[in-house]
Design a protein around this ligand. Structure first.
Ligand SMILES: [Fe+2]
Length: 410
């Protein structure tokens, strides 16, 4: 009996040793077993030649990598990612960021991420063409939820119908409580297919600025989770930035002065200076601004509030064509507005609705609104299609029915 046991043990040692030797000879095993999750693309200032890829790992990964290649090409390049750790209410998150530059325009790429031993499956992205005259963007209003299944179903419906979208915008209040990491995980998990394929371009909303006990605080998790263009207002990372796609220049403005008052008391003054510089530099035909809160009083009147008094003169001065807003969970589209009043030629303000499960029955129709709709029955999203001669916006319910559509000409 003892002899048999010794023989069996010897055989086990022999088989395990051979397997170990073979694996060693073969080198790293690239399987879908990498400790890499929540793989996402983030928008860059120039989508023709660059892309940012962000992911997280459960464990500490001293060296993490992105490997990428043109689709159909067997030779891949590899660069090491930048790693940061940040604290959440669930413990430390290990974040990895890789900035891909010098990419070829109008080209389909494959990428995978991981460490020295393991890699994920391949994901794909396509760079913007040198001259793009027709493209589509998905826009999601407030996605804050009690049940992120609602966000999952709405975003999936939008993505299934619009696989030709080249990036997507989130209008702030991405989650209900910005310090609760489980909400961010649910938010990211819901869009894993979309966000690993096209870049996210989020803007911050007031709910990103709440502590677990609902006190105002800087939006640390929002700031840490994303890696967005660093061309914004100094001291406001990921909160303000700008980027180009085709013949459109997009600017992101942070409207959370109220939440930040005790931490940073002049964010509008600094953003105004930045915005003036940013808009004066662009030669793009179209300009689109993205703000979470409206520049107009939230009640039925359309008197400018502090945000409006700060930013509307600059939006007017540089002829911003379209402004997307959020926060009040209804959909509305104003007539063109200039100098705080309706005008023949001016900026159209679209309040985008809700893509989560929070509704506000009292959301008011206002004096400048040409169209108003409160999506109490189901969530909604928007598409923005850019062509040579117009910006075409559609507001769509989850079931595919149209709330509103508008063609904005020069
Ligand atoms: Fe909000």
């Amino acid at each position: 009996m003892k002899k048999i046991l010794i023989v069996v043990l010897a055989l086990i040692v022999l088989v395990a040793g051979s397997a170990f030797y073979l694996i060693k000879l073969k080198g790293p095993v690239y399987a879908d077993s990498a400790d890499a999750q929540y793989v996402m693309q983030n928008i860059t200032a120039d989508s023709r030649t660059s892309r940012t890829i962000v992911w997280q790992s459960r464990g500490v990964i001293p060296k993490s990598y992105i490997e990428y290649r043109m689709t159909g090409n067997q030779n891949s390049s590899q660069i090491e990612a930048t790693n940061i750790d940040f604290k959440t209410d669930e413990g430390v998150v290990h974040k990895h960021t890789a900035y891909l530059s010098n990419l070829k325009p109008a080209t389909k790429y494959e990428y995978r991420v991981g460490d020295d031993k393991n890699r994920t499956n391949w994901f794909t992205f396509t760079t913007e063409a040198e001259k793009v005259s027709n493209y589509k963007v998905l826009i999601f209003p407030d996605s804050q939820c009690a049940d992120y299944g609602v966000w999952q179903r709405l975003s999936s419906a939008a993505w299934e119908r619009n696989k030709d979208a080249v990036f997507f915008i989130n209008m702030g209040d991405l989650v209900d409580n910005g310090e609760q990491y489980s909400q961010w995980r649910a938010w990211l998990r819901a869009i894993s297919g979309m966000v690993s394929t096209i870049p996210a371009a989020p803007i911050p909303g007031n709910h990103e600025y709440y502590t677990l006990d609902w006190k105002a605080t800087p939006a640390k998790l929002y700031e840490n989770l994303f890696s967005l263009p660093t061309n914004g207002t100094e001291g406001l990372p990921n909160q303000t930035y700008s980027y180009d796609y085709g013949d459109v220049h997009y600017v992101v403005i942070d409207t959370q002065a109220e939440e930040l008052a005790a931490f940073d008391n002049n964010i509008y003054e600094r953003q105004v200076q930045w915005l003036e510089k940013d808009l004066s530099k662009t030669n793009k035909k179209w300009k689109v601004a993205l703000l979470h809160r409206s520049p107009f009083d939230w009640r039925a009147s359309d008197a400018p509030n502090t945000i409006g008094k700060s930013f509307l003169p600059i939006l007017d001065k540089y002829g911003v064509n379209l402004v997307f807003l959020a926060h009040i969970h209804s959909y509305s589209r104003t007539v063109p507005v200039k100098n705080f009043a309706p005008a023949n030629k001016g900026t159209v303000y679209i309040t985008t609705g809700r893509s989560g499960d929070k509704v506000w029955e009292g959301s008011p129709r206002k004096t400048f609104d040409e169209v108003f709709y409160n999506p109490l029955d189901q969530p909604n999203y928007l598409t923005l299609e850019v062509t040579d001669n117009e910006l075409y916006v559609r507001a769509v319910k989850q079931d595919g029915s149209i709330i509103d559509e508008v063609h904005i000409k020069e």
